[in-house]
Design a protein around this ligand. Structure first.
Ligand code: NAD
Length: 260
């Protein structure tokens, strides 16, 4: 379905981003992956995607907290593939603490990586998409883009912000062949969440399994984690013709979290 198209996916060396990279590559899309981590491990992921799916896969180490590197990453994708049709803003970090104790530098980092990077990448990617008359922009927001939780001031602010940014971009691109949507996952068992599970386990003297059940039980009525593959499938759907008229939406995939 996406043969001949190219995507850039930020934060795709792990978790949800990697799930989306696999799903798009399986549809024949060339991919620029991005993220931090061990160089050898990232090369294994990059070449693994090429081998499994027969697409071209490039890696950019751009740091999403640095606007110049974000914009350069978009240019690199366009240079490598001759086009950038799909942009997925997914890189994200978490910090949990009550607001009075929340370190200002962690606030700045969360806002820069989870929100401002999307502003820069979208601004850089749109001119090419407009020229080609086709584009798909997908922002990984969160259930926390729709509702709040305690101790997540920066994360909830950034995720609500990205839902707002999604709507503005949708309006500014309406009727051009470009859509912009946000995916709002509930709990997905990735390294970002594993750290929160470990904290619950330590604080309440629980096993990791019991802490994971506790985390799910507090928010996610289905009692099960969303998987990166399920989110990847949603991203593929948003790239397809059937989703041509879906734009400016914040789509939950959260086991009922935000239905409450
Ligand atoms: P993860 O920790 O597995 O992946 C995060 C990715 O972002 C990694 O590839 C990491 O290298 C990259 N990254 C972090 N800082 C970066 C930086 N400065 N520059 C470039 N890349 C950077 O976490 P995940 O759970 O897969 O999170 C992906 C996205 O999904 C995030 O935006 C997160 O907020 C969102 N999300 C996660 C959940 C969940 O339950 N896991 C739920 C809702 C939304």
């Amino acid at each position: 379905m996406l043969k001949g198209k190219a995507a850039a996916i930020t934060g795709s060396t792990s978790g949800i981003g990697l799930g989306m990279a696999e799903a798009l590559a399986a549809q024949g899309c060339d991919i620029l992956i991005n993220g931090l981590g061990d160089e050898a491990e990232i090369e294994r992921i990059r070449s693994g995607l090429e081998d499994r799916f027969g697409v071209r896969v490039r890696y950019s180490p751009a740091d999403m907290s640095r606007p110049d590197e974000v914009r350069a990453m978009v240019a690199e994708a366009e240079a490598a593939f001759g086009r950038l049709d799909v942009l997925i803003n997914n890189a994200g970090i978490q910090h949990t603490e009550p607001i009075e104790a929340f370190p200002p530098e962690r606030w700045d980092a969360v806002i820069a990586i989870n929100l401002s990077s999307a502003f820069h990448s979208i601004a850089a990617a749109l001119p090419g998409m407009r020229r080609r008359g086709w584009g798909r922009i997908i922002n990984t927001a969160s259930a926390h883009g729709l509702v709040a939780s305690v101790e997540k001031a920066a994360y909830v602010a950034a995720k609500h912000g990205i839902v707002g940014l999604t709507k503005v971009v949708a309006l500014e691109t309406a009727g051009t062949g470009i859509t912009c949507n946000a995916i709002c996952p509930g709990w997905v068992r990735t390294p970002l969440v594993e750290r929160q599970i470990e904290r619950i386990a330590a604080e309440r003297e629980l096993t990791i399994d019991a802490a994971a059940r506790e985390l799910l039980g507090a928010k996610q009525p289905s009692g099960a984690f969303v998987t990166p593959a399920q989110i990847g499938a949603m991203a593929v759907f948003l790239c397809g013709d059937a989703a041509e008229q879906i734009t400016g939406a914040a789509l939950p995939i959260d086991g009922g979290w935000t239905a409450q």
